[in-house]
Design a protein around this ligand. Structure first.
Ligand code: 13P
Ligand code: SF4
Length: 304
């Protein structure tokens, strides 16, 4: 912490001067999560929070689609992303042409699009979802066949939770969560009996089936906080365990984890620079933003 302290102090001072708030995803490093964030959360919580921000500037400590979502929901604000290259393998896997192709293949089926997508893809969709509300959104739609894009694994996990619907999906995946295998989990459990295994729903369905619980990043935090198991393995991004371990001294976090290279592009140095220079403002074409806002707001309304 000592080496981070000058950055943390400088960012917090500049944040007040610029009338800025920092919205940080649960995958940020502990120095961002605990040192400078005003709000931490999963994708849905951050999107809802973005609608409520009154400060002039939002600094999005997360990946590009999250900053875009904040801009779509609160267009009058300056939304800064400390590194424009902070992408996401899911967002890169589909374009509006992909949505059109799915609509051609499954005429009349509504398109539920994960928030991990560009504004253009959200604009071409009927409604968005996040990992915390996907099953609820799909179950609530008045259609038997539903197109889910772009995460095939989230779609397959939702299909198991909502068997009354026929779900078809796009062939995208998260490069972090697709690396886990069910075999890893079985072997890990054999060597570490009694460990509570908790997986994000972007993992393949056989991985989720081996886990004791699956949920969004905040769902995972709530579960571990509530259950306080002696040992837990978080089958998700590495910063999750680091961020919550101090508050849960009775829980030993064990096991391998995978790092998201896009999330890890966001550093204290880059946050300080973006607040200083106001560089890295995210812009969304107003027509695209208006259509994308409909998809995101529908999701927020349906998840209340
Ligand atoms: P959550 O909505 O669960 O925070 O997930 C976002 C994400 O990118 C996970 O990889
Ligand atoms: Fe995208 Fe996966 Fe990184 Fe989340 S963890 S931002 S889904 S690549």
């Amino acid at each position: 912490w000592a080496i981070h302290a000058p950055y943390v102090a400088a960012i917090n001072a500049l944040k007040a001067q610029r009338n800025a708030v920092i919205l940080a995803h649960n995958y940020m490093t502990p120095q961002i999560y605990h040192g400078i964030a005003d709000v931490v959360g999963d994708s849905l919580q951050l999107a809802i929070k973005a609608t409520e921000v009154e400060a002039e500037v939002i600094v999005q400590c997360g990946v590009h689609f999250m900053a875009e979502t904040s801009k779509i929901l609160n267009p009058a604000k300056t939304v800064l992303i400390p590194d424009m290259q902070a992408g996401c393998s899911l967002a890169e896997s589909i374009t509006p042409a992909g949505i059109a192709e799915m609509r051609r293949r499954y005429p009349g089926a509504p398109v539920v699009t994960y928030v991990n997508t560009t504004a253009e893809v959200k604009a071409a969709s009927d409604i968005c979802c996040t990992s915390s509300n996907a099953a609820q959104i799909v179950a609530g739609l008045d259609a038997d066949t539903i197109i889910m894009t772009p995460d095939k694994y989230l779609a397959q996990n939702v299909a198991r939770e909502v068997p009354q619907k026929t779900i078809v999906w796009w062939d995208g995946a998260c490069e972090v969560h697709e690396q886990y295998t069910a075999r890893d989990l079985v072997e890990f459990r054999d060597w570490n009996p009694g460990t509570r295994i908790i997986a994000h729903p972007e993992c393949p369905p056989d991985v989720v089936a081996e886990a004791d619980f699956s949920g969004s990043t905040s769902g995972i935090i709530d579960y571990v906080t509530r259950e306080q198991p002696e040992r837990a393995m978080l089958v998700t991004e590495c910063s999750m365990a680091s961020n919550i371990s101090d508050a849960l001294p009775g829980v030993e976090f064990i096991g391998p984890c995978n790092m998201c290279p896009h999330m890890k592009r966001i550093t204290l140095e880059k946050v300080l620079w973006s607040l200083h220079s106001l560089e890295g403002a995210v812009e969304v074409d107003p027509e695209v933003a208006a259509k994308a806002r409909v998809s995101v707001e529908r999701m927020i309304d349906l998840s209340r």
